[in-house]
Design a protein around this ligand. Structure first.
Ligand SMILES: Cc1cc2nc3c(=O)[nH]c(=O)nc-3n(C[C@H](O)[C@H](O)[C@H](O)COP(=O)(O)O)c2cc1C
Length: 150
């Protein structure tokens, strides 16, 4: 099972969570690739079985700029991903109300458009509640690993 992790970040927190997720899932026996900057061509070439997008939200509910070109490219040239598995970790701040983790929601919409099968409910990491998002993701990552290895 080949898992590719993709991240979108402004200040680096989502990248920290993605690095931690890569280590955690590798220890759980999965084959994991994580590159903080991934182009469309690189993502396709990795031939993933499962995708994990880890993204924060910026502005008023927008995806971080470093993730937008990849998302645009996936919409412009939808890959043949009908059996692709996926999950999303969203980082946000509940102070933003309706826009809480809207970046993660945007990736869920992208998954739906591309036919990616979402394996478990999106993890929402709230910056107003925790300063240890990477550690807090572990129980959710354990569930994700269990689904992928069962
Ligand atoms: C300018 C700015 C805008 C933000 N907008 C949102 C938002 O619309 N929704 C949300 O849930 N969080 C929002 N956040 C909170 C960040 O998503 C959160 O702090 C996250 O942990 C940052 O992760 P990063 O370091 O990977 O960018 C915003 C933060 C900043 C500084």
């Amino acid at each position: 099972m080949n898992v590719v992790i993709v991240s979108g970040t402004v200040f680096g927190a989502a990248e920290d969570v993605a690095h931690h997720a890569a280590e955690f899932l590798t220890e759980a026996g999965l084959s994991v690739t994580y590159k903080p900057r991934l182009s469309y061509a690189e993502l396709i070439a990795l031939d993933a079985d499962a995708l994990l997008f880890v993204t924060s939200t910026t502005g008023m509910g927008e995806l971080p700029e470093n993730l937008q070109p990849l998302v645009r490219a996936l919409r412009d040239q939808p890959p043949a991903w009908s059996s692709m598995l996926g999950a999303v970790i969203g980082l946000g701040d509940a102070c933003y109300g309706e826009d809480f983790c809207a970046g993660g929601e945007a990736i869920r919409e992208l998954y739906a458009e591309l036919g990616v099968i979402e394996l478990q409910e999106m993890l929402r990491l709230d910056a107003s509640e925790t300063v240890t998002p990477a550690d807090d993701a572990e129980p959710w990552l354990a569930d994700f690993a269990a689904i992928l290895t069962e």
